[in-house]
Design a protein. Structure first.
Ligand code: Z5A
Length: 244
């Protein structure tokens, strides 16, 4: 049945500008398990890029646009959990489609550097690998939501599951765990393995960074990776001009 689905490209989500044409901005995503330090490192990288005069848009998933933030609430509250991982994958994709259209594509088209705290790899790993959702469905959802506008660089922050969980529970205090934080320890261990496997399969785009050290040393390691892959200091003047 899946084979009969006719997939059409999404109506031009600004995919007319390719990553290498020199005018489109750059798209960086952060991935990893809970407590890996994604939000911390996204903020740090944004500060460093802005210091170079670049136009930087920070976003997150699920969320990053009005429609996607509404879906985020449904997903993280656990309201969609009884519907099963297939339905959750579709909801994450619906949120991503809005995020792409409203936030990411317009920012890249004007030459901004977009940094997203999680993106499509989270669906591949959480719903695909851990939720056992058919990978063909995941691939097709990806095709209709992001088209050719793939991240230029994905940084996978890698910490042992115990360390990530300790950070999250320290931050949470007495508050209730959300839908995904509440998963068992084994889930978080498999999550880490799945991300490392992804990095092995897509080494040109996905770079694992040891995130077990203090926030500053991780930030330095992230900065080294971004410089090696995307050379922000040498960004064409037109990309920098977009910030002024
Ligand atoms: N999900 C999905 O299933 N499918 C999808 O397609 C997408 C998402 C897009 C979103 O949760 C959930 O949705 C997520 C996957 C699922 N699962 N969960 N839970 P979220 O957005 O609420 O949370 P998160 O993405 O998992 O991130 P997080 O838990 O907030 O962690 P983080 O962003 O990686 O870390 P942080 O907020 O930067 O830091 C956590 C704490 O550790 C904080 O107190 C920091 O001050 C501290 N920290 C950070 N770095 C360090 C270092 N280096 N040393 C010590 N302490 C540190």
């Amino acid at each position: 049945m899946l084979e009969q689905v006719d997939i059409v490209s999404p109506p031009s989500i600004a995919t007319d500008r390719k990553p290498t044409d020199g005018t489109r901005g750059r798209f960086i995503t952060f991935e990893g398990g809970e407590g890996a330090g994604k939000s911390t490192q996204v903020a740090n990288l944004a500060t460093r890029l802005r210091a170079l005069g670049l136009d930087v848009v920070v976003s997150r998933e699920p969320g990053g646009s009005v429609g996607a933030e509404a879906i985020r609430h449904v997903l993280l509250s656990g309201a969609a959990k009884p519907l099963g991982p297939h339905a959750e994958a579709i909801l994450f994709a619906a949120a991503r489609a809005d995020h792409m259209r409203q936030t990411i594509a317009p920012a890249l088209a004007r030459g901004a550097w977009v940094i997203s705290d999680r993106f499509a790899d989270s669906t591949r790993i959480y719903q695909g690998v851990l939720g056992n959702v058919d990978r063909r469905l995941i691939a097709r959802l990806e095709k209709v939501t992001i088209g050719d506008l793939k991240p230029d660089l994905t940084i996978i922050l890698d910490v042992p599951a115990t360390q990530g969980q300790e950070r999250v529970s320290k931050r949470r205090g007495d508050a209730k765990a959300d839908r995904f934080e509440a998963e068992a320890f084994d889930f978080h261990k498999k999550l880490r393995e799945a991300y490392l496997e992804l990095a092995e399969h897509e080494p040109d785009r996905c770079v694992p960074v040891d995130a077990s050290g203090d926030a500053q040393s991780v930030a330095n390691a992230v900065w080294a990776v971004v410089n090696a892959h995307l050379h922000p200091g040498e960004a064409p003047a037109m990309l920098k001009d977009a910030a002024s």
